[in-house]
Structures are given as C-alpha cells and as structure tokens.
Design a binder for this molecule. Sequence first.
Ligand code: DAH
Length: 378
Amino acid sequence: MSTRADAGKPAPPWQTAAQPPETSDAIQALLAGYFQRLAEDASASRRDPSEAAAQAFRNRWLGRRQGVLQQLHETLLKPAPPAWKKALGQALNLLRREADALAEALEAAARQAAARQRLASEALDITLPGSPGAGRGAPHPLLRVMDEIVEIFAGLGYSRAEGPEMETAFYNFEALNIPPDHPARDEQDTIYLGPGLPGLLLRTHTSPGQIRVMQRQAPPLRVVVPGRVYRRDTPDASHSPMFHQVEGLAVDEQLSFADLKGTLEHFARVYFGTTRARFRPSYFPFTEPSAEMDVECFACGGRGGAACRTCKGSGWIEILGCGMVHPELYRFAGQASGRWMGFAFGMGVERIAMIRYGIDDIQRFYSGDLRFLEQFRD
Ligand code: DAH
C-alpha cells in the first residue's frame, strides 16, 4: 500500500551531518519533516470521522510491520552508528507519542460521530400521531364499568366529584351519623393509618363524598362520587381489601322516595336492560328510610330455579344500597335542615361488573392476567 506518509525518504542524518549527534540539528531537521507529514495526515483523516479512517491512520504510522515508525526503526535506527542511536531513539519516541495521541483523538472523534449518528437514527418524533392496532392498551374493566355508571347518571344531570382515599374519622363516620360505638368502626373493618397519622383512615366507603360535596356546594345538587375504598378483608372470591364504589347524592327542595326509585330504575334499565326492580327495607345510619335494591335477574328473566347461577335461583339480584338522606347529615354538612330533601345511593363497582359479565372471582380484576383483561377491549 502506498501511503501519504512515507513518500520521499530523506537520507540518514549521519550521511549529511558533519556534527556529532549531541547537537542533533540533522535529526531535528529530519524529524521536522515527519512531524509535518504526520500533522497533515491527521488533518486529512479528520475529514472522514469514521472508525475505519482512524484505524487506517494508526496503521500507517504505528502499524507493527508497515507503519512509518517501524520503518524508521528498521531503516534509520538499526543501521545508525552507535553514537547516533540515543538521540535518534529519543526523537523517534517523540514522533511515536505524537502519532499515538493523534490516532487516539481520531478514534475518539469517530466514536462520537457514531454515537451521534445512532442517536439521530433512534430519535422519536413525539409529535407523530400514535399508531393504533396491535399492542394498544385498553381501560381496565373496573375503570370502564365505573365510567359507564357515571355516564348514565351524567345523562340525568349528575356531575362527577372525587374525595380523598385517606379520610378523617369525622367524614367517614361521624358526619354520616355513624356513632363511635358503631360496629362498622371496628378495627376488624377499618384500616386506620396508625399512630403516626392519628384520626386518619383509609375510607371504607365513598359516602364521605356526600358530606364533602354538601359542604362545598349548596343544593340543589346532583353528584356521583366514584372511587377506591378499603376494608380489612382477607382476599377470597368475593372479598378484597381494596375495591371500588360509586356514590350518588341528589338534594333539592322536594325530592321523594319516588324520585329515588325512578332514578335507580332508570339506571338498572340502561345498564342491565331489566325492567323490574324491587326495594327491600334496610338500615344505614345515614339514610332514613333505607333500602336495598334488587333487579330482576337478566340471565333467567326472573324465573329463578336452581339452574340460574347469576341470581342463585332467587330470580333477583341485589345491586345497591340507598335511602333518603338522614336529616342529621344536613346539619353535619352545614346546610339548613328542614329545607332540603334528598336521596343517596352507593354501589360496589366490582359487584356490578361481576353480575353484568358473569365473573366468578373478584380476584380476576386484580391479577393482571391479560387473557381475562383483553376480553374487555373494544
Ligand atoms: N356506604 C354504604 C356501604 O358502603 C353504601 C350505601 C348505602 C351508600 C346506602 C349510600 C346509601 O349512599 O344511601 O355499604
């Protein structure tokens, strides 16, 4: 290979120089030519910042067999008269070090250029629209069911509100007319947040949302409060220490139990497609009177019998608790009691989803099993 660096070799200095090597002018002159060629070669190589060009430069100067320095060693240093050897060796070392430094700089520049190129080719254009199709996620079935419930009430003029998951005992219990000795407050049910956060707990239901909304907003109001709730439960097919509820509250001047029934029957019709519902008397501290609502089983058409797994044979499915807002609640919420009438309801999202889709185990919602989750994709 003919190289840029080795053309026109000058004569050995001991042939041209009359002086002994101590003054070494002849060596300086000889080496100056090589230094200049080295610099020129480096700047030419810089124009192509590739690893191959840097490697070629290194080979040209420092290659073990053909490199300029090796050739100088063979043709200049080896045959030099002993008196010249030391000074000549030192001069060649300088040239070697310079060549090595320049080769390293070229290699570093090549690596940088390669990294820049890789970054440029891997750059994402985040302004491009996303591509739908395989790999696209989908809302979790619980969020989806929760949104569907909220949406049905939105059609009736209900707005959506949220409350904190970390609650005070006042909002979770007192303000809902649940006295200190009520069993629902038991540590067996309620997850208290411990000595570091006195008086705080994880809300056991979304009902505190009723009080928070009434404190913020004067009636007339219609609101749904979806969210997570927590109870000290051992996980099994129908229990989970964390689950979801949707709370509903309507307060106005003249709301009656008939409005409550009409509203919830509308919900059941839209969501389950059922036409018949029944209200069984029940008890909640924050409603009076209170009821539990059952819808006719949509799987067996209400016929019941041992064969129907959806309603376990009764022909009816319990879907929520409800009632007329207890007069005490207006007082806790700072609203004039006596003026307002309202109703409230609360439903478990998991339960509603399990009924609707025939899901047999609540844990499936939390397992992250894509075979289950993907069935709810649009
Ligand atoms: N908070 C009750 C629970 O978690 C559900 C409930 C019942 C909410 C009746 C209500 C209601 O608003 O009126 O079991």
